[in-house]
Design a protein around this ligand. Structure first.
Ligand code: AMP
Length: 210
């Protein structure tokens, strides 16, 4: 990076403490098992983002036995989606807090329905968040099932059983893939092949984000 580039970057990093417009904001989109969680952690560290994983927030709430957790558990265990109004309210609160703190965000696992995507657009305009990059990761279904079964054996996640995996992929096709079409219409989407070496996939994401 040249001197000017470095100065601009230092300026942008300092300025971003007060003005979230200079932050990178990302939505990481893709089916269950495509590797969103792994790539999200890398992007979080690289761009210093607040990683907002709705799945992680809900699992923590289930573990803590909060009213949200008790409500969410039944949907999660069956492989279905938590109702839109519950999850939208939760994400709105987190984004409001992030904006107050001047942080860029990385949304992982949200939006998962067109209603959530529409609500998110409203939140963006309410909070005057103009710049959001959407990275869409994809991989063939056989590969997703293999990865999810393997993850279930390793992590013991209660929704990584074969029956629930099948249900979650069905839910993805029915309710979440229309979000991709929604974004293809209204925003530009960086499509990234999620098949292959993890480091190579990270490089692909960095390349497409420039
Ligand atoms: P994940 O870790 O992203 O695969 O999410 C695990 C589970 O949490 C999902 O199968 C859903 O039951 C629930 N969940 C996570 N994010 C959302 C969302 N945006 N909308 C509805 N349900 C969600």
């Amino acid at each position: 990076m040249g001197h000017t580039g470095l100065c601009i970057r230092i300026f942008a990093e300092n300025f971003s403490i007060h003005n979230s417009q200079f932050n990178m904001n990302l939505i990481l989109f893709g089916p269950p098992g495509v590797g969103k969680g792994t790539q999200a952690e890398r992007l979080r560290d690289h761009y210093h983002l607040h990683h907002i994983s709705t799945g992680d927030i809900l699992r923590a709430a289930v573990k803590a036995g909060t009213p949200l957790g008790l409500e969410a558990k039944k949907y999660m265990d069956s492989g279905g989606l938590v109702p839109d109004e519950v999850i939208i309210g939760l994400v709105r609160e987190v984004l409001l807090r992030d904006q107050a703190e001047g942080k860029g965000f990385l949304l992982d696992g949200f939006p998962r329905t067109v209603a959530q995507a529409e609500a998110l657009e409203k939140i963006f305009s309410e909070l005057a968040i103009p710049d959001v990059h959407i990275v869409s990761l994809d991989a063939p279904e056989d590969e997703l099932v293999t990865r999810l079964v393997k993850r279930g054996l390793e992590s013991g996640r209660s929704d990584d059983t074969e029956e629930t995996i099948r249900r979650r992929l069905e839910v993805y096709h029915d309710q979440t893939s229309p979000v991709q079409e929604y974004y293809n219409k209204y925003r530009s989407v960086h499509s990234v092949d999620g098949l292959g070496d993890i480091d190579e996939i990270t490089r692909r994401i960095h390349r497409t984000l420039g």
